[in-house]
Design a protein around this ligand. Structure first.
Ligand code: TYM
Length: 329
């Protein structure tokens, strides 16, 4: 049986990278698969969080998933800390994964930066918790943006090592599903990915931005002086142009080549007007729905608690089997 699992951190604004790289695909997968979508609050606290902001962000991200079309009745939406099996299985995986494997993780290197000794143990062990998220449900497919690919490879290494340590075929090898806009870049710097943690809000379009903010951010987005090329070959070395055309293509469900053909020879100011209209048409209804849901926190809390109950029902027998395999019971 195929089962989808994916997660998103409640650490700030959901942005267009989260939407095009992950959340939109999650909504599209719900017709074909059993899907479990998790707001990963335990991952969020690997860097310091203000408790009341964390609580609010967990609700806001949940509202974002629902506003993007993920149906909490057909799928499971919950926050990670409510199902204690995530933390329990992560500990077992801490005793399977090797330091050498974690030392290779580029996300840790980027996030810890020069102050490695000051990073939390949780930030270092982040990928073993992510492996636990996925394997606690024996998920087979994991829709993510490209930045999470390395963590998925580690998850497979852990599953393989567990199976071989205990001589079983217990865990499946989960496959990454990298669909659509795998890597949306910053609007201010085409070499950096669009991210919640960028200091400049002009670097990203947030899913909850209103039409005026979307228009302003697209107008201010960095470009180059050349007109738009007629084919993707003309995007070589033009990271900002490639990013904006990629965003347009993803929003319009077109290939970048088709977008080039549509706008060949046009100026960025002409192109940006179309991009603004398209981005507003796609995102404004989502922003509205997020606002509506934020006025009903009781409903969002109910979705999370119902989701946690259903997730627990799947996780409990799997965790209990893990304990038997390892010799804990
Ligand atoms: P997070 O919260 O950083 O991002 C959530 C999802 O959005 C994708 N994404 C992007 N895609 C394209 N372009 C971008 N600029 C961009 N920025 C973010 C991410 O790839 C991700 O799919 N570790 C994960 C959360 C996690 C998880 C899991 C994911 C925890 N456990 C288990 C899958 C399975 C993270 O920090 O995502």
């Amino acid at each position: 049986m195929n089962r989808i699992f994916s997660g998103v951190q409640p650490t700030g604004n959901l942005h267009l990278g989260n939407y095009l790289g992950a959340i939109r695909n999650w909504a599209r997968l719900q017709d074909q698969y059993d899907c479990i979508y998790c707001v990963v609050d335990l991952h969020a606290i690997t860097t310091p969080q203000d408790p009341s902001e964390l609580r609010a962000n967990t609700r806001e991200v949940t509202a974002g998933l629902m506003a993007a079309g993920i149906d909490p009745k057909r799928n499971i939406i919950f926050n990670q800390s409510r199902v204690s099996g995530h933390a329990e299985l992560a500990w077992v995986f801490n005793c399977v994964a090797r330091l050498g494997w974690l030392n290779r993780m580029t996300q840790f290197k980027e996030k810890a930066g020069k102050h490695r000794d000051n990073a939390t143990v949780g930030l270092y062990a982040y990928p073993t918790l992510m492996a636990a998220d996925i394997l606690l449900y024996k998920a087979t497919h994991v829709p993510v943006g490209e930045d999470q690919k390395q963590h998925l490879e580690l998850t497979r290494d852990i599953a393989k090592a567990f199976n071989s340590m205990f001589g079983t075929e217990f865990f499946p090898m989960p496959e990454p599903l990298i669909l659509g806009a795998a890597r949306v870049m910053s609007l201010r710097d085409g070499s950096k990915k669009m991210s919640k943690s960028d200091d400049s809000d002009y670097s990203r379009i947030n899913m909850a931005d209103d039409a005026d903010s979307i228009a302003l951010k697209v107008r201010k987005a960095r470009t180059d002086p050349e007109p738009l090329p007629e084919s993707t070959d003309g995007l070589e070395g033009r990271t900002e142009a490639a990013n904006l055309l990629g965003i347009y293509g993803a929003l319009a469900d077109k290939t970048v080549q088709q977008v080039c053909e549509e706008f060949a020879g046009k100026s960025f100011s002409q192109f940006k007007l179309q991009l603004i209209d398209l981005a507003i048409a796609v995102l404004a209804p989502i922003g509205h729905e997020m606002k509506r849901l934020s006025e009903d926190p009781g409903h969002v809390d109910q979705v999370l608690s119902d989701g946690a109950d259903r997730a627990t029902q799947i996780a409990t027998p799997i965790l209990s089997d893990v304990k038997k395999v390892v010799g804990l019971t």
